[in-house]
Design a protein around this ligand. Structure first.
Ligand SMILES: [Fe+2]
Ligand SMILES: [Fe+2]
Length: 397
């Protein structure tokens, strides 16, 4: 029987505010999806938060305060804020979450465990602002725990990313991020957050050392080092995969390590009896294997385009601004770390199998040339590396 959802409340503004419920076979477990504001186009779109009712009340992700979504997605990147976003109350997404919980029959104080899919700010920053009277236990994978528990770690990663982007040939950002500095100095990024439940292996999700019925965690690195998914459902029944940002539809997630990401896709391909995939943004997926195959083919195409462009020495920014490399136009004159990093991770994987090697460094920018082999030979080595789990990644995060 197909697992279907039904709507409890429609979207209100900016494709957010909707509340949907999914009843799993056996009827003991229910999942409620609450869609909260996060910018589209410049960002991944509204963040879906999941409430899982089993023997405990578990929340998967909590979203981003609208005040910080405005700062992170627009002000830091020197992008104009659209009028309709500017008008939103600063706590708009938190209000949407509280209302969604009420419709589901709960309050924020009822949550036993908040589990965070990964350490990107659109998934956990509201945890700093939304809990007042009572805080639930908080769980995340240990590899993403540093940025979740500390705003300074997020800032450190941002500074390192900017330095790394200089070597790709990307133009520098327009100005120093005064908004960022003010936000950090003023404490708007939150203070440190205590983590209660470290996740470091696949298996039953636990609270105080006891397994929660019907929820398994699965480590799916590659979008971030500590990305996790939840497999929800009864043993032997059709189950639901909550996948965070590891699989998205129709947009494609950006890997931070393409080797690990392709391995995670393989792992997902091997899962059985997944009737529905519920992501953290955009549309649900009925066919897990078909989405995995689409993403594998997508990265194969991008690896080929990257490889073939390097018959002449190229830097990562040369690749990122090639026509049709991305669906969206990438302005060659604008700082765009998302685009630069996407090209870079494809180059890094090609370098790991010696399909690319550095030809020279000029004014601090690294240029790479391909090996001249047919792309298929290089891709076959990549696939061997994906299959060889003993081969560790050499990417630096
Ligand atoms: Fe993410
Ligand atoms: Fe996200």
């Amino acid at each position: 029987m197909a697992l279907t959802g039904y709507q409890l409340k429609p979207n209100t503004k900016l494709a957010s505010g909707r509340v949907r419920r999914f009843a799993l076979p056996g009827k003991r477990i229910r999942i409620t999806q609450i869609t909260t504001f996060c910018p589209d186009i410049i960002g991944p779109g509204p963040t879906h938060i999941y409430l899982i009712e089993t023997d405990s009340l578990v929340m998967f992700d909590i979203g981003i305060p609208t005040s910080l979504a405005k700062a992170l997605f627009y002000s830091w990147r020197n992008q104009p804020i659209p009028k309709e976003v500017k008008k939103l109350p600063l706590d708009y997404s938190e209000q949407q979450l509280l209302e969604g919980l009420k419709i589901a029959g709960y309050s924020i104080d009822d949550i036993d465990l908040l589990i965070i899919s990964h350490g990107h700010p659109d998934h956990f920053l509201s945890a700093h602002t939304i809990f007042h009277r009572k805080k639930p236990k908080i769980a995340a994978h240990i590899l993403d725990a540093p940025e979740i528990s500390s705003p300074w770690e997020m800032l450190r990663q941002w500074i390192l990313l900017r330095q790394q982007m200089r070597g790709t040939g990307m133009p520098p950002p327009k100005s120093t991020d005064e908004t960022l500095i003010r936000a950090v100095e003023g404490g708007a990024m939150g203070s440190s957050m205590k983590m209660d439940v470290p996740i470091f292996r696949n298996g039953p999700l636990k609270i105080d050392g006891s397994p929660i019925s019907g929820i398994q965690t699965i480590h799916l690195p590659g979008h971030s080092p500590g990305s996790i998914g939840l497999i929800v459902g009864e043993e032997g029944e059709e189950r639901v995969l909550l996948c965070g940002d590891v699989l998205l539809n129709p947009i494609t997630p950006h890997p931070n390590d393409l080797l690990l990401y392709l391995r995670s896709l393989k792992e997902l391909e091997s899962l059985n009896k997944i009737a529905l995939v519920l992501p953290a943004h955009q549309k649900a997926m009925r066919h897990l294997k078909a989405r995995v195959e689409f993403l594998q083919a997508h990265h194969r195409r991008r690896l080929r385009a990257t490889y073939e462009a390097c018959y002449e020495p190229r830097c990562a920014w040369d690749i990122a601004i090639m026509p049709r490399y991305f669906d969206l136009y990438v302005d060659p004159l604008k700082f765009n770390p998302m685009a630069g990093r996407e090209a870079l991770v494809h180059m890094e994987l090609l370098r790991m199998v010696e399909g690319l090697c550095r030809s020279h460094i000029q004014t601090g920018v690294h240029y790479f040339r391909n090996s001249g082999e047919p792309f298929e030979d290089v891709y076959a080595r990549i696939m061997e590396l994906v299959d060889d789990k003993a081969a560790k990644t050499i990417m630096r995060y």
